[in-house]
Design a protein around this ligand. Sequence first.
Ligand SMILES: NC(=O)c1ccc[n+]([C@@H]2O[C@H](COP(=O)([O-])OP(=O)(O)OC[C@H]3O[C@@H](n4cnc5c(N)ncnc54)[C@H](O)[C@@H]3O)[C@@H](O)[C@H]2O)c1
Length: 262
Amino acid sequence: MTDLASRTIFITGSGGVLGSTYVRQMLSAGARVIASDLPGARAEALQDAHAGNDRFRFYELDVSDEAQVSEIFGHILADGWQPNVVVNNAAITGELLMGAGKPFPDFADISVTDWERTMRTNLTAPFMIARQMDRDIVGRWPCTLINVASMYALNGAHHRIYDGMPFKNFAAYGVSKAGIHGLTVWLAGYWAHRGATVNTIAPGAVFNNHSEEFQRRVGELIMLNRMASPDEIAGVMLFLCSPQAGYMTGQMVNVDGGFSAW
Ligand SMILES: NC(=O)c1ccc[n+]([C@@H]2O[C@H](COP(=O)([O-])OP(=O)(O)OC[C@H]3O[C@@H](n4cnc5c(N)ncnc54)[C@H](O)[C@@H]3O)[C@@H](O)[C@H]2O)c1
């Protein structure tokens, strides 16, 4: 197993499907984990799951709020922990944008408000976190930033697989995730001489109680012919957090069962 004993990891959107899996695996691998998320049921479940673990802390953080982001590392440092890994994991998905069970609009009906809300959470917020890392951490001790993209960052969506499904792939999501990798390659060169590395992880389709029909349709697009489990994405995330990834910077690592290789 990856050894993260030297790692103090700050992660956004920690209560979600992948975030909560990362937190569990990071703690098992010996890391100190500074989790954060919006207040609510996900955040509470995460805190309940790790209550009493002295290598776990939780901060409420809305990554789209510039004032909150500007203070987050100041709070963490004042509380005595020094993050050397930052994971820009929080993102808004179609369901989070529209509300669970609500029909997703066609492209022609997407509002500028929803487009800008998606960009704010998925791209501007990772920029604001990285900028704050630059102000508070980079150059003070060696550190790494991991940005989270998607298999739909550099590949177009296969719109037909969403026909008749309760969710769709929406343009702002893929566009924001392509921008994420732009942020990675820009920062990798900018920080290279200050002891900081930056990489992107691009997860594929992660199983989260999808219907058999959707699993069949998406599986046909994937070399391994199936969706991923959250633990399979977490294994690569932990490697990117580890000292063993120290010579990697500016890379996008696809963890997509071969989706992007066809
Ligand atoms: N699940 C997948 O199939 C998949 C595939 C590719 C990429 N990803 C990416 O992986 C990351 C995690 O995805 P997930 O599947 O766990 O999604 P999820 O919806 O389960 O979790 C996202 C988390 O982000 C949080 N969040 C949303 N807006 C926020 C804000 N303004 N401030 C702080 N937190 C906020 C939510 O509360 C939630 O806990 C995302 O960046 C997502 O785009 C997921």
